[in-house]
Design a protein around this ligand. Structure first.
Ligand code: ADP
Length: 542
């Protein structure tokens, strides 16, 4: 047709080919599981990703089939990001902090054909493998010299570097349908098992454009970016893709997420922008504070996944002159929905008022529509006072869960976030509460339902309700409220010990409160909101 623009599918592989051509010499630096620092360039990344794509084909991984990863942030994980998605299969990142039973569930539910893992996670793989219903190929992400000499993985264990070495570096990235699946990430739902969110090539590229903009994460070719937020959790907030799009230097922390290691990397690699959850930054601030250090290059840090406190924003900005970008997102949103960047008139506000703005989660990126609604679905005003359920829609918002037989989560075409929020007249969204029951500890989910199920297995427990209680270090920690069976005298210690081996260690509640009864609503459901109001500050006041 005359006068129209070209139609080119938006594909993940195009981010890599762009980076190779325009920023081929730009560096990617990774702290490795093997202990050393590894450096190479986007040119090397692209070449090794092509080799890996050939290796995946040789392993028989076909279009649309899932490639599982259990790995830290590092260059090999980055290669998998592009080799898997780029060749038409689906990158499936798994969260190694989950309990082995859940990992096994997710591996099987996603029908991963092959699983790549960092050596740190060999014991997890050894425990998960016998639980798996469908067979998988396992690949240790290391070289021959570091391959484990003994292991309990029931089938043959392959070596990543052998796969790369044995493969050709010529590979033509296929011209895929932009609406085909590129990657998969599971999130803890409010009910039942973890749910998979499937990102398309199109949603990923559009998210990348929008998230890189100056009023979003503000990324450029002059940046040195340290994603502390894990690549196993919502694609490290999109930073691996953004870095390719803009040609930024990438710095990967590997397994070393303590304050000292992060600080060394930030200074050594002259990091300008970092991103992570508040808990990680707390560790960094403590370390830098103790040694009276400063940040010589870091100018911005993205804080999200949980609310950024004014105390943290103040410390970063006033003590270290590092600007804080408070961001909000969800796995179902690829993940970025809003970023708190000032409008022009905010710049002139008195200091305290600017902090009040920064405590909000921010305004929507172009491509995300949001609204708040009341109990009957009626839209609430954007007056900064009225609070309602936050609903969103947009190019990178999930429509359904992967392989779910259940009904679509959408309400009239909008995705209910489970967050309760206000929106001010400038469009700045502020989360006031969560209507969903999951607990968010240090940026990671804990399912309240799983904890309750374990507690109810105990013969002396009549009823157990787990809620999120605010915590000074972890943002939230599980608090378990228990109604004992008549005549029972089980105590906290015995009940807490009951959790050992039944859930991941960090899922274990920090405390148990024994109660006579719990409040129930009209349909017999526990009124968790009411309990959160009553016990939400338990760890702050205990
Ligand atoms: P992520 O941790 O990457 O944001 P998840 O899907 O694990 O994604 O969690 C999303 C939920 O985390 C949100 O619905 C919200 O409850 C909470 N959350 C995320 N960012 C913030 C934030 N800046 N402030 C408060 N809560 C947040």
């Amino acid at each position: 047709m005359e006068g129209l623009m070209m139609q080119q599918p938006l594909l993940v592989a195009s981010l890599l080919t762009h980076a190779e051509r325009h920023h081929g010499g730009q560096e990617i630096v990774s702290r490795r599981v093997e202990g050393d620092i590894h450096r190479y360039t986007y040119r090397d990344l692209a070449q090794r990703a092509r080799r890996l794509a050939n290796a995946l084909a040789a392993l028989g991984i076909g279009p649309g089939e899932r490639v599982g990863t259990l790995a830290w942030n590092g260059y090999r994980h980055m290669e998998l990001y592009f080799a898997a998605s780029g060749s038409g299969s689906v990158l499936h990142t798994l969260n190694p902090r989950l309990h082995v039973d859940q990992l096994a569930y997710i591996f099987d539910h996603a029908e991963d054909r092959v699983v790549f893992f960092d050596l740190t996670f060999l014991p997890l793989i050894e425990s998960a493998a016998p639980l798996l219903k469908s067979p998988k190929i396992f690949v240790a992400m290391t070289d021959r010299a570091h391959m484990p000499s003994k292991h309990n993985v029931p089938i043959m264990l392959m070596c990543y570097e052998d796969l790369i070495k044995g493969s050709n570096d010529e590979f033509d990235w296929p011209l895929l349908d932009e609406n085909s699946a590129a990657s998969l990430c599971y999130t803890s739902g409010t009910t039942g098992n973890p749910k998979g969110v499937l990102y398309s090539h199109r949603s990923t590229v559009l998210h990348t454009y929008a998230a890189a903009l100056p009023d979003s994460l503000n990324c450029s070719a002059r940046d040195s970016i340290l994603p502390v937020v894990p690549m196993f959790h919502v694609n490290a907030w999109g930073l691996p893709y953004i870095a390719c799009m803009v040609g930024a230097k990438l710095v990967f922390p590997g397994p070393a997420l303590d304050g000292k290691s992060l600080y060394e990397l930030i200074e050594g690699e002259q990091v300008t922008l970092s991103a992570g959850v508040p808990t990680v930054w707390q560790g960094l601030l403590t370390h830098v504070g103790e040694r009276r250090g400063e940040f010589s290059s870091m100018r911005r840090t993205v804080i999200g996944g949980a609310a950024c406190s004014t105390a943290m924003a103040t410390e970063f900005q006033e003590q270290y002159r590092v600007d804080v970008l408070h961001a909000w997102g969800m796995t179902e949103l690829s993940p970025v929905g809003t970023v708190c960047s000032f409008k022009a008139h905010h710049e002139a506000l008195p200091r305290q008022d600017r902090y009040a703005v920064q405590s909000k989660q921010g305004r929507a990126l172009f491509g995300i529509d949001m609204k708040i609604v009341g109990p009957d679905g009626e839209a609430m005003p954007w007056d900064g006072v009225a609070a309602g359920d936050l609903l969103v829609r947009g190019h990178w918002v999930a429509m359904n869960y992967f392989g779910s037989e259940g009904a679509s989560p959408l309400r009239d075409g909008w995705f209910p976030t489970g967050d309760v929020a206000k929106i001010d007249p400038d469009g700045f969204m502020h989360i006031t509460d969560r209507s969903k029951d999951v607990i968010k500890s240090g940026g990671e989910w804990i399912s309240s339902i799983d904890i309750e199920n374990v507690a109810c297995l105990h013969p002396q427990v009549a009823m157990a309700v787990c809620i999120a209680a605010r915590h000074p270090k972890w943002d939230e920690r599980p608090l378990l409220l228990v109604v004992r069976k008549p005549g029972s005298d089980v105590d906290s210690q015995a009940l807490l010990e009951f959790f050992d081996g039944r859930v991941a260690k960090w899922w274990k509640p920090d405390a148990i409160v024994f109660v006579e009864s719990v409040p129930l609503g009209g349909t017999g459901k526990v009124l968790k909101n009411q309990l959160r109001e009553q016990y939400g500050d338990y760890y702050l006041t205990a």
